[in-house]
Design a protein around this ligand. Structure first.
Ligand code: AHN
Ligand code: ZN
Length: 274
C-alpha cells in the first residue's frame, strides 16, 4: 500500500530480484495525487533485457495493493488494506519468473518488464461520487505513459497481466485489448490454444476494463492487451474474481497451475518473436 514502510520494503525487494535475474533496472519515482488529494510516493520499477535492441516487447503488471477492501462482505473491513495476492501480485510473480528465464535464455527482441505503482488507489465504493472517476485508477501507468523511462520509448506490443493467479481462472478477450491490439490478442490466444491452454484462454469477447493497458495504448500508443480474469454474466456484463477487493484476496486462492499456464504462454509468445 503506497505511503507505508511495507511499500518501501516491497519496492526494494522487486528491484533486487530484477537485478538478481540480470535485468538492467531503472526506477521512476513520482508524487501522484489520489482521488481524495492524498499525495502518493509512487515508484514504477523497470527491468530491461537487451537494452540496446530496437525491437522490444513490454510486459507489465501493477505491484501496489489497495488500501481499501471496499468489496468485502463485512462493512467493518471496507477501510482495511488487502493483501492483493491475485490483484496485482499474481502478475508480478509471473513476471519475476519470466525475468528468471530471460536471464538464462535470450530472446531475439528486447524485453522490458514494468511494475507499475498506484494502480489500485482508485475511488472507493464508499466515496460520495463515482461518476467520472476512471482517471483515479492506474496513476503509475498514466505517469509513465507521459514520462517514459526512455525518451520516445516504443515497443512492438505490450502485455498486461492482472489477476492471473486464481484457481480455474478464465481469460476472455477484453474489449479494449481487441480495440487497440486485435492482432496481439489473436496471437496470444492462438499460441495458448496450441499449448492446450484453451480451458483458460476463452475465445469469447467481454466488456472493457479500466486498467494499466489504457494509458499505454492511448497515451504511449503501444498496442497492448490485458490478460485479466473476468466472470461474464448472462446480461453481457462481467465481474471480477470472487475475492476481488476483499480480505480474502490472499495466497489461499492462488493456483500454481494458473500462474504456470499464463507464464508459459507469455514466454512462448516472446521467444517466438523474430
Ligand atoms: C475499475 O474498477 C474501474 N477498474 C479496475 C482496475 C483494477 C483494479 N485492476 C485491478 N484492480
Ligand atoms: Zn484492484
Amino acid at each position: 500500500v503506497p505511503n507505508t514502510p511495507e511499500h518501501i520494503a516491497c519496492g526494494d525487494y522487486l528491484v533486487s530480484e530484477l537485478k538478481r535475474f540480470g535485468a538492467e533496472v531503472q526506477e521512476q519515482k513520482a508524487v501522484l495525487t489520489a482521488y481524495d488529494g492524498t499525495k502518493l510516493n509512487a515508484r514504477n520499477i523497470i527491468g530491461s533485457y537487451g537494452a540496446d535492441k530496437k525491437d522490444r516487447v513490454l510486459l507489465f503488471a501493477h505491484w501496489d495493493t489497495r488500501p481499501y477492501s471496499d468489496h468485502d462482505p463485512n462493512p467493518d473491513n471496507h477501510r482495511k488494506p488487502l493483501l492483493g495476492a491475485n490483484d496485482g501480485a499474481s502478475g508480478v510473480g509471473v513476471l519475476l519468473e519470466i525475468a528468471r528465464a530471460l536471464q538464462s535464455t535470450e530472446t531475439n527482441v528486447g524485453v522490458d518488464i514494468i511494475f507499475f505503482d498506484a494502480e489500485d488507489y482508485g475511488t472507493p465504493v464508499f466515496a460520495k461520487t463515482q461518476e467520472g472517476t476512471d482517471h483515479t485508477w492506474c496513476l503509475g501507468s498514466q505517469y509513465w505513459a507521459k514520462n517514459p523511462h526512455v525518451p520516445n520509448y516504443k515497443a512492438r506490443f505490450g502485455i498486461l497481466l492482472d489477476m492471473v493467479g486464481a484457481e480455474g481462472a478464465k481469460f476472455y478477450k477484453e474489449y479494449y485489448s481487441e480495440k487497440y491490439a486485435k492482432n496481439i490478442v489473436e496471437k496470444v490466444w492462438r499460441i495458448a490454444g496450441q499449448m492446450n491452454h484453451g480451458k483458460y484462454f476463452i475465445g469469447k469477447e467481454v466488456g472493457g476494463i479500466t486498467d494499466d493497458h489504457i494509458p499505454v495504448n492511448e497515451i504511449r500508443r503501444i498496442p497492448s492487451i490485458d490478460i485479466i480474469h473476468l466472470e461474464p454474466d448472462s446480461d453481457g456484463n462481467h465481474s471480477f474474481f470472487h475475492s476481488w477487493h476483499t480480505q480474502k484476496d490472499d495466497m489461499s486462492n492462488i493456483s500454481r497451475e494458473t500462474l504456470s499456464v499464463v507464464g508459459q504462454t507469455v514466454l512462448e509468445v516472446i521467444y517466438k518473436e523474430k
